[in-house]
Design a protein around this ligand. Structure first.
Ligand code: PAF
Length: 282
């Protein structure tokens, strides 16, 4: 089965306008391709909430830092399109770099505060690139709703903020983390792991969940997070970027969970992959 694939913004807008003219509600799922079940859960959510779903694939160069995997990031458009078609998606938007960043492009979108912490510290400039491309994609698609995976909770928070601040009329919805049977959060970068590393990676979620429980039952977040970071290293990870407990909306640090909504966030390196995950502290 094949799907219409738009390469230009104009083609996508024409289709969106035609659907809207027919009274249909339009959903969009933004991806960098190399799709897996985690992306499919976003498409499922979009199909449940809207009548027509466009999936975008664009490996956005401005969100990759020096030495990161931009060049080696898997480009698998044919397989991705087949997966989306089988799942029931309606169209693809797969623009080129020059369509997205034509000569003379110079605008940046900076979301202060939310982008300086967590992954923003470990990957300087990453969220500036994400904010820039997501703002463009939201304006290009002009969809009714878009769906973001909660594994990238910080990204989801940054996008909600920018859509609110810039009066972008698309609903920004979160979709719970898709996990394998052992609880490992699904990610394109899991593909970089050997079988032995996958076994280690599966301990990440277990350690974070236990830490969330310890904070939820009265532990001091800084102590619990320190112990969790040690446990992650002991499990076989090479480096921990952070384990921190933060407010889900402002991303400010939280020390005691009592009466305060919070989530625990972790990022750690294993082989060629950098894994992130987060859990609600009840
Ligand atoms: O989460 C991703 O895959 C990317 O950051 C996104 C939202 C598609 C922007 O490039």
């Amino acid at each position: 089965m094949t799907l219409p694939t738009f390469r230009t913004v104009q083609e996508m807008r024409d289709q969106v306008a035609a659907w809207r003219h027919d009274g249909l509600r339009i959903g969009v799922v933004f991806t960098m391709g190399n799709l897996h079940e985690g992306h499919m859960s976003l498409i499922d959510a979009a199909l449940e909430n809207t009548n027509r779903v466009i999936t975008t694939i664009f490996v956005n160069p401005t969100q990759f830092g020096e030495g990161e995997d931009l060049d080696s990031y898997p480009r698998t458009e044919t397989r991705d399109t087949e997966m989306v078609a089988e799942r029931g998606g309606h169209a693809m938007f797969v623009p080129s770099v020059s369509e997205m960043y034509p000569t003379g492009f110079t605008t940046r979108v900076l979301v202060d505060g939310l982008t300086d912490v967590l992954c923003g510290q470990a990957r300087p400039g990453h969220f500036d690139g994400v904010a820039q491309i997501v703002t463009k994609l939201l304006n290009q698609a002009q969809a009714d709703a878009t769906f973001f995976g909660e594994k990238d909770w910080q990204q989801f928070t940054v996008v909600k903020r920018l859509a609110l601040d810039l009066d972008i009329p698309t609903e920004i919805r979160g979709v719970p983390v898709a996990r394998d049977e052992y609880g490992l959060a699904l990610s394109s970068r899991n593909g970089y792991l050997s079988q032995e590393e996958i076994e280690i990676a599966r301990k990440f979620n277990v350690i974070l969940k236990k830490a969330a429980y310890d904070i939820g039952t009265g532990g001091f977040a800084s102590d619990v997070c320190e112990k969790a970071a040690e446990a992650i290293l002991k499990a076989g990870f090479e480096k921990v970027d952070y384990v921190e407990c933060r407010d889900p909306d402002t991303l400010e640090l939280v020390e005691k969970a009592e009466g305060h909504a919070c989530r625990i966030f972790g990022a750690a390196h294993l082989g060629r992959a950098r894994l992130i995950d987060n859990h609600l502290v009840n």
